[in-house]
Design a protein around this ligand. Structure first.
Ligand code: ZN
Length: 659
């Protein structure tokens, strides 16, 4: 980034900070025909449409406005009514009527299929808003659905609330839009293995993807730390493999029944989202081995892993039972998931066990393979053949490229974009999700929102023909450090918002400063939807705070460190005190586990919650209530922090008296 853009970025951010105090930023005042002034966030649609032009005036949704739809898009019309209803309230009995039974009338939102729009593709749409009506049309229902998402974002922000918003005029600015996505694959990887997430949280993830016009949920369902898919033929996978014993002795886990997974597939399908299951092999498979030990090279016993990392126990590639098992599992998986694609992982498979296993060595001999790497390739090819025979396409992480693949297989590039380039050159389709921009479980200090936004999925090294193999991208959320929904929100958003625009908008239309302005409006939407996104909003908290001390890189220890600061000079009266941990510089954020108030060396209060202080800050304020200021007593603040990444973390600790 040049200095110039940095300064410009700062000016824009600063302006937004001011603007947000008054009204939602990026709103534009518009004059209606009768000179009544109304504000509508016309410039803040994310992802940015390919073509949009605004006219004069607006369409007002009134209690008697009707949603009219072709039979083919009746579901989309019902979806639209469902998402508009809560904030508009019961007064708006948005009725869905089939268009064929009546003329297109005024005061209506019309959804229709128009075969003439084929040029916009299956997901493209046209939208026309006049004072009299809104018409959303597409060649296919998916396009109409995305038009509905755009319409939501053209309404006042309050439409995203879950309760009736009083005193809001539901106006949509007059506009002509022609829009279609740049990439066909716009996804999120969701790891539900390292930590387990409820069916409701998965559905909520789907809702948020739909809002961002994303269309793939890559569902990571099996791991060393937990098997999450009910397989009827192998009940131990969920009786044993879905549960791990944590270090403190507690039992952790969970799984999805086939019925629940079908329900999620159907829910996603109504949002035009394809659910792509990932069943890991040959590595990342200890949970399966713990359930059925004969599938491993040594025969076990194995334990479902309760720590993170790459483990050396993997499926035995010399055992025919392993292939029978995997094919049985996949057969049930294919029945649950109609997705044309099945992800089989294929990454991070150490060869240690195979080297020592007589069955694996016999397979190498019998199949005339050079070494264990070729044995891995044999394994993947065999599964590839099975899936291809069932009419599905295999996806694997870029390791599967080693040793050759069927032309049908899709490669997901994660170790940078190198694997993606190589795959495209070999005519394999590619999904881009390099750790550098798309690993949303990483700290904001290493992948900022801007960095995600600046990701370009098509490497400049590729020719135009090769670049057609880049299907699109995914934002990945691995869940080692993501144990609940709030943390999930924090890691995903707004970086996935940034990636949604990378996946949808034309390359030429992408502009960070412009996005940053629209993002401020969009964050208000996310707030109303209850999304606990990660974004730095520290200004008001720091006001009137005094410097208590610092933390610095030379004090840090990777396993965590207890630090203490003398607070005696700042504790003058009984009352409420806030202590704020404010990261300043260094490669790592500090995760604060708790902070305590000490009186004469004795802890008298502790605030235990997880704070995060990096470039992005969250829950960094710890609060204490001092009932009485003991005369002559010494006070101190003690805290336990864990640096995230390495020990290079530096910041200020501030204290603030509050009445
Ligand atoms: Zn073996």
């Amino acid at each position: 980034m040049t200095h110039r853009t940095m300064i410009w970025g700062f000016v824009v951010s600063f302006f937004c900070l001011l603007a947000i105090n008054h009204t939602f930023s990026a709103e534009v005042s518009m004059k209606s025909k009768n000179d009544e002034t109304s504000t509508t966030p016309i410039a803040s649609i994310i992802p940015k449409p390919a073509k949009i032009s605004f006219g004069d005036g607006f369409f007002a949704i009134k209690p008697d406005t009707i949603i009219m739809a072709d039979e083919e898009v009746q579901k989309e019309a019902e979806y639209l009514a469902d998402v508009l209803q809560p904030a508009m309230g019961l007064g708006f009995a948005l009725k869905v009527q089939l268009r064929e039974n009546m003329q297109e009338s005024n005061n209506s939102i019309i959804l229709k299929i128009d075969p003439l729009l084929n040029a916009l593709g299956d997901e493209g749409y046209k939208m026309s808003v006049s004072g009299e009506r809104v018409i959303i049309s597409g060649a296919k229902p998916a396009g109409v659905f995305y038009g509905c998402q755009t319409l939501r974002q053209m309404l006042p922000i309050e439409i995203f609330g879950d309760k009736k918003a009083e005193g809001v005029d539901w106006k949509v600015p007059c506009a002509e839009i022609e829009d279609q996505p740049r990439f066909e694959w716009r996804g999120q990887l969701f790891d539900c293995c390292r930590h387990f997430f409820s069916v409701d949280t998965v559905k909520r993830a789907i809702d948020l993807l739909a809002l961002h016009k994303m269309n793939r949920l890559h569902w990571h369902l099996t791991e060393d730390q937990g098997w999450r898919v009910e397989i009827k033929k192998y009940p131990k996978l969920t009786e044993v493999g879905a549960w791990r014993i944590e270090n403190d002795g507690s039992r952790y886990g969970g799984f999805y029944t086939q019925k629940e997974m079908r329900e999620i597939v159907e829910y996603a399908s109504a949002c035009h989202i394809m659910v792509v299951p990932e069943i890991e092999m040959p590595g990342h498979s200890i949970a399966a081995l713990a359930s059925y030990p004969h599938l491993g090279c040594t025969g076990g016993p194995y334990k479902v892993a309760n720590s993170w990392g790459v483990f050396t126990d993997v499926y035995c590639a010399g055992n025919k039972d392993v292939f029978r098992f995997i094919e049985d599992v996949l057969t049930e998986v294919l029945d649950i998931f109609p997705s044309p694609y099945i992800h089989i992982g294929g990454d991070e498979c150490p060869k240690d066990a195979w080297k020592k296993c007589s069955k694996c060595q016999a397979r190498i001999q019998a199949e005339n393979l050079k070494d264990e790497h070729e044995l891995q390739s044999y394994f993947i090819k065999r599964i590839d053949k099975f899936l291809t025979g069932k009419g599905r396409r295999l996806i694997g992480w870029d390791e599967i490229l080693e040793g050759g693949l069927s032309p049908n297989a899709v490669v997901q590039s994660w170790r940078g974009i190198k694997g993606g380039i190589e795959s495209a050159r070999q005519s394999h389709d590619v999904i881009m999700s390099p750790t550098t921009h798309c690993y949303l479980d990483y700290d904001y200090t290493s992948i900022s929102v801007e960095k995600s936004y600046l990701f370009e999925p098509v490497p400049s090294e590729l020719t135009e023909k090769e670049s057609r193999h880049i299907l699109g991208l995914e934002g990945n959320i691995w869940a080692e450090r993501v144990s609940n929904q709030d943390r999930l929100d924090f890691q995903l958003y707004p970086r996935l918002t940034a990636l949604s625009e990378v996946g949808w908008s034309p390359k030429a239309a992408r502009d960070w400063n412009d996005f940053d302005v629209r993002l401020n409006t969009h964050l208000k939407r996310l707030e109303l939807l209850g999304v606990k996104y990660g974004k730095d909003e520290m200004g008001p908290i720091l006001q009137d705070a005094q410097l208590l001390g610092h933390w610095s890189a030379n004090q840090m220890k990777m396993e965590g460190v207890e630090l203490e600061w003398d607070a005696t000079p700042f504790i003058k009266d009984a009352g409420k005190y806030h202590v704020i941990f404010f990261y300043k510089k260094g490669a790592s954020a500090l995760q604060i586990e708790w902070a305590a108030l000490l009186e004469n060396g004795k802890e008298i209060q502790r605030d235990t919650h997880q704070g995060w202080s990096g470039a992005v800050k969250r829950d960094i304020v710890f609060t204490f209530l001092l009932p009485e200021r003991a005369a002559g007593a010494a006070y101190a603040i003690r805290a336990f922090g864990i640096p995230q990444g390495d020990e290079d973390s530096n910041g200020d600790v501030l204290i603030k008296f509050d009445e």
